[in-house]
Write a protein that binds this ligand. Structure first.
Ligand code: ASP
Length: 363
């Protein structure tokens, strides 16, 4: 027997021969909800109450999970009051809004994404078209914009006055040796020397507002899909791309196992392939909540840079995960206490607390 054949049989024995040969994963190996018909469910980050409501309305009338989650997050992309996504999102360091988004469709195991996309308020829809009408998964910058234009997306200025003023405030308070000055009087010195309290986080570090919406769903046919869309880290370097448009980092979906996505420090998810790992932990039999918590632990374990650790060695940033498995169980986790996720299980939308690794002093 050749080594390859022996290895194949060894793996088959370890994983269950049926699973390896047919390529399907038995539902019984996925932990969580009870046996019986799989109930539809939609989850999202806490800013997604309207999104889960819209997505569940569509799912209960027979929509595919991907159509539903995209329609859900479009509400948040269109909302100028959510300054972390789409229209009204906080701009990059030059005052230009650059959006990232990705979608993943469970039944076909296809994905599409755009990064650093300017002037189009619904990057999740462009990501969908990348999936459906190109042979690629990810388009960036000018190429993504041209692709969007070719498909009839209309350009508009995404920078609201509120977002511009927040950016200007940040710029004017960054340094007392540059040319940008906040309002001041003739007797003021060291103008703009320090960002005031509201822009410092609980660790005393400069607070970079961030935010994103992730939305995952299980539809009436038992299919899974997900989307993540964001304006990314506020005041980022032009061209900076976070985890949100990267399949496996900011979202991932395997129709036979589960779907997961994230919000928070994208760099941590990029170096930990986090969303793929959440799905892999569900594959290994963990509940969605346990799987999310496992990845949170990995991120903390891998966070070796002192500049990103507090006095106790804990991260000075946050990352949150949201997941659903193929049996309809859902859960989430993040690093510090106080996190919530939006959930709709067909009866009502609600905010549920999510698991955490460390209790916040004030949380
Ligand atoms: N994950 C997003 C990014 O890094 C930001 C966030 O969710 O807060 O771009």
């Amino acid at each position: 027997m050749s080594a390859t054949r022996r290895e194949f049989l060894r793996q088959a024995a370890a994983t269950g021969a049926g699973a390896l040969v047919t390529g399907t994963i038995p539902l019984s190996s996925i932990a969580g909800a009870a046996d019986g018909p799989v109930p539809p469910v939609v989850v999202s980050s806490a800013n997604g109450m309207s999104a889960v409501t819209r997505a569940m309305e569509m799912i209960t009338t027979g929509s595919d999970a991907l159509d539903a989650v995209i329609a859900g997050v479009n509400l948040v992309e269109d909302d100028p009051n959510d300054m972390s996504v789409g229209y009204g999102g906080l701009p990059n360091e030059e005052g230009v809004v650059e959006l990232d988004a990705a979608v993943m469709h469970g039944p076909t195991h296809q994905a599409g994404a755009v990064a650093s996309l300017r002037n189009i308020k619904n990057p999740s829809q462009v990501a969908r078209v990348v999936m459906d009408r190109s042979d690629h998964v990810l388009l960036v910058g000018e190429g993504a914009l041209r692709f969007a234009r070719a498909h009839g997306f209309k350009e508009q200025d995404l920078l609201t006055d509120k977002a511009r003023e927040a950016w200007l405030y940040w710029k004017e308070h960054l340094s007392n040796t540059d040319d940008w000055l906040p309002p001041h009087g003739p007797d003021d010195k060291d103008i703009g020397a320090l960002l005031p309290e509201p822009l410092r986080n609980e660790f005393g570090a400069f607070f970079r507002h961030s935010g994103t919406i992730h939305c995952s769903a299980l539809d009436l046919k038992g299919n899974l899909s997900c989307v993540t869309t964001t304006s990314g880290l506020a005041f980022k370097m032009p061209g900076r791309v976070g985890d949100s448009p990267i399949i496996g980092a900011g979202l991932y979906c395997d129709n036979a196992i589960g779907t997961a996505g994230s919000t928070g420090r994208g760099e941590a998810n990029l170096i930990n392939c986090s969303s793929r790992m959440v799905v892999e932990y569900m594959h290994a039999g963990k509940t969605p909540e346990e799987a999310c918590l496992e990845v949170v632990k990995q991120i903390v374990e891998h966070n070796r840079m002192k500049r990103l650790r507090d006095a106790q060695g804990r991260p000075t940033f946050e990352v949150s995960f949201y997941a659903i498995n193929a049996r309809g169980a859902h859960g989430g986790a993040r690093i510090y206490s106080g996190g919530k996720m939006a959930v709709h299980d067909g009866t009502a939308a609600r905010l549920e607390p999510i698991a955490y690794l460390y209790k916040k002093d004030n949380g």
